[in-house]
Ligand binder design. Structure first.
Ligand code: BGC
Length: 757
């Protein structure tokens, strides 16, 4: 079947209406502004397949969990990001026919997401009956310039007839989640009001008591001239609307523009949410559509200026990377330290919209290198602010002395995940949180952050590791038993190399950081014990080789490779029993290789290569987070075509729907992985001690790469092809550039470096 979306460097374009792909299309065309976002549901009535989704950052409901066998330590609830007030609704009735493209003949259809402008447009021509053709043109955006503003505009043009149009412009706060355990409505109605041309609906979440208010003002025009209408004002609990009827004439254009203010007590803690939402919609209508759109596009321009990547010679890859950057900035902009990045962002309900280790391990490097360091700092502050809860969480499991175990899945710092093999065992997440602090300090040298916040997080995490290690007489070493590594296709294993390695590293880094900031948070007794663990950590390895062993029992498994699995049995998580998966040698995502990626400096190329060649052939990449890490390491060992093959799997994962699951939302956090596979993989970029290291390599399908990067909050511009590398310092700081292991340069403001490669 023909690909649903056209290839275009700046746009996602769909040129035919395809009901069987409508859910995927709703995900792909999602829009957002870091504060709120939504799936690309239609504005008008639609009876085809749809997953209504309009989400507000950080607003969640603690849905009581369903568990067969309860285990002590399980959390009581799984937080769900809430499907919130439908603010886009405009129903249309033309000559007594309810407009519903699922039930009408579609003559032409075009849906375009302009990623440069952040604008979602749809143009549909419908055949209403033998004589009547109706053209509808919708435009919609979630303002990047104003985090509380959404705008919808629809042009209605009867092409060859005259008649009557009835329009209903509404807000509906009675919205159910698709993902609920007991089919409850998660919202209470607080207050609403409706007048001519305007109205608002304020609702609150049950249990969590979040407040949201959505307010609208709208206007009607004919051929760009204001048209007075006499609406019927309708109010019912949760829903307000204006319904009006006008005569429409052949070939004239009738426009409804709807300006929506959205306020929550999470985003606007100090404001009265109703007043704030009303204020935003009122201001917006006064400013007008064109000006609001201009400001929105300008805000996007500033984002692209910092983060765009140009790939010459490969349009598909170009579209793929821009789509990923676009979706990442739609999901998180760093404006609010209470927000984070759910694996599906604002595009679906899976994963509850909650925070995973994905943020620190995958997303943080993206924001660190494409924006001011304050954005990445917000992500670190999110975890700092949840430190008390992480300590409480560890205490519940029996840990003492201020040890912290950060949750696997969280909205407010409390653990939400309740599968024992993940909740209690996938503890490596603690390591990624410490690693993110290290990464941030390497980029920024922000000692103040470490003194005031970071050191407390590091010490608490290290206290957890100290207590989680135990001495093994048999191995004469410190071991960690009963864990799940990043590879969730084996549980309750002993001595997962990655977990042991990162735990030991956390102890070392915390001790170094204590010295660096001259703090006295760790007792002498602790220092002694930590040093003992560091010296005697058990790290399994295959005898007489450089290969680190994923876990103690790994070699007992039948040593097969992925090519031994018949194609019809892939993905194995949809075709094999869980029992069979657990006993198999097959790996879901980078595990030992995740550690080698983080701590690359500790290993020589020969070791990286041997481990890559041992583990990659056993890896089924059934987590979207997997191919990117493998692609980066393939670059390191100079296996560029392999790196490219792996890159393609991550870059267009959702656009080409490799995993047949784009209908339920996009893989937002793995999109950051795609970005790192270009910047850290092909461009070979690292920032260490605030210096830039670069080792560029191009796959054969690409002619050149150009991108901007933040180094010490300076913007530098990088271009390279097969012959030369140019780096320009556009900022005001002196930047040290290290090219391969060959040469180093000091780059002054406005200076360019040109190297023949
Ligand atoms: C992966 C985890 C990841 C989660 C959310 C799972 O499939 O195995 O590593 O944190 O998805 O993206």
């Amino acid at each position: 079947m023909k690909n649903l979306f056209e290839i275009d460097e700046w746009k996602i374009v769909q040129n035919h209406y395809e009901p069987s792909k409508q859910l995927q299309s709703e995900s792909i065309f999602s829009i957002g502004n870091g504060s709120f976002g939504q799936r690309a549901n239609f504005e008008e009535n639609f009876s085809g397949p749809t997953l209504q989704g309009s989400y507000l950052g950080g607003i969640y409901y603690p849905d009581k969990t369903k568990v067969g066998w309860w285990k002590n330590g399980y959390p009581e609830y799984f937080a769900k990001v809430l499907n919130s007030c439908n603010w886009i609704g405009i129903n249309l009735i033309v000559n007594n026919k309810l407009i519903d493209i699922h039930n009408q003949k579609v003559i032409s259809f075009n849906k375009t997401l302009d990623m440069k402008k952040g604008l979602l447009s749809r143009k549909v021509t419908l055949q209403l009956n033998d004589e009547s053709e109706l053209l509808l043109e919708f435009d919609r955006f979630c303002s990047m310039d104003n985090p509380n503003l959404g705008v919808v505009k629809v042009n209605i043009k009867p092409k060859n007839f005259s008649g009557k149009l009835t329009a209903e412009v509404y807000l509906n706060g009675k919205v159910y989640n698709n993902d609920t355990n007991f089919n409850e409505l998660f919202w209470n109605h607080e207050v609403s009001s409706c007048n001519k041309y305007k109205g608002h609906v304020c609702t609150s979440t049950k249990k969590t008591k979040f407040l949201q208010s959505t307010a609208m003002e709208y206007m009607v025009e004919c051929n760009e001239k204001k048209l007075e209408v006499i609406p019927e004002v309708l109010e019912e609990p949760f829903k307000i609307s204006n319904k009006f009827q006008i005569e429409i004439k052949e070939n004239q254009t009738y426009t409804i523009s709807k300006y929506v203010g959205i306020s929550t007590n999470l985003n606007d803690a100090k404001a009265n949410v109703v007043e704030e939402s009303v204020r935003v919609s009122k201001n917006a209508i006064a400013i007008g559509y064109e000006e609001l759109l201009k400001n929105h596009i300008k805000a996007w321009e500033e984002i692209w200026e910092k983060s765009d990547i140009t790939i010459a010679g490969d349009k598909k890859a170009q579209q793929g990377i821009r789509f990923n950057i676009f979706q990442l900035y739609q999901t998180y902009t760093g404006k609010n330290e209470k927000l984070n990045i759910g694996p599906k962002g604002f595009t679906g309900e899976k994963y509850g919209g909650a925070t995973y280790w994905d943020t620190e391990a995958y997303c943080l490097p993206f924001y660190l290198k494409t924006n001011h360091s304050l954005v990445a700092r917000q992500l670190l502050m999110y975890r700092f602010n949840q430190l008390d809860k992480a300590i409480e969480n560890a205490k519940k499991l029996g840990f003492k002395n201020g040890a912290a175990l950060y949750p696997m899945v969280t909205m407010n710092g409390e653990e939400c995940h309740n599968e024992w093999e993940i909740t209690f065992e996938e503890i490596h997440r603690n390591g990624a949180i410490a690693y993110a602090i290290f990464n941030y300090i390497e980029h920024t040298g922000d000692k103040n952050y470490l003194i005031n916040y970071g050191i407390d997080v590091l010490v608490a995490i290290s206290r957890f590791w100290e207590q989680r290690f135990n001495w093994s007489e048999e191995k004469n070493s410190y071991v960690i038993l009963g864990v799940t590594g990043p590879n969730e296709y084996e549980n309750n294993i002993n001595n997962n190399w990655y977990t042991n390695y990162i735990a030991r590293w956390c102890l070392k880094y915390t001790l170094e950081s204590q010295e660096f900031v001259n703090s006295k948070k760790i007792s002498d007794e602790e220092i002694k014990k930590w040093n003992k663990i560091i010296k005697n950590t058990y790290l399994p390895q295959i005898a007489n080789s450089n290969i680190f062993l994923q876990q103690d029992g790994f070699l007992d498994k039948e040593q097969l490779s992925v090519k031994d699995i018949p194609l019809k049995e892939r993905p194995i998580n949809q075709n094999w029993s869980w029992d069979r998966i657990l006993r198999s040698v097959f790996i879901k995502q980078a595990d030992v290789l995740q550690g080698i990626y983080f701590f690359e400096e500790d290993f020589d190329i020969k070791t990286i290569k041997e481990n890559f060649n041992f583990y990659e052939p056993k890896t089924v990449h059934e987590s979207s987070l997997s191919p990117c890490i493998h692609s980066i390491l393939a670059c390191r060992i100079n296996s560029i075509e392999k790196a490219y093959e792996l890159y393609l799997r991550t870059s267009r994962l959702d656009l080409d729907d490799y995993n047949h699951e784009a209908d339920e939302g996009l893989h937002i956090t793995s999109m950051a992985g795609t970005w790192i596979s270009i910047i850290e993989g092909f461009a070979g970029i690292k920032i260490k001690n605030q210096e830039l290291y670069i080792n560029p390599k191009l796959p054969k399908n690409w002619n050149s790469l150009t991108f901007n990067l933040k180094v010490q909050n300076n913007t530098i511009n990088v271009f390279f092809n097969r012959e030369k590398l140019n780096i320009k310092n556009n900022g005001d700081k002196l930047i040290k550039v290290n090219f391969r292991k060959e040469s180093s340069y000091l780059l002054k403001t406005e200076e360019s470096l040109n190297i023949t490669i």
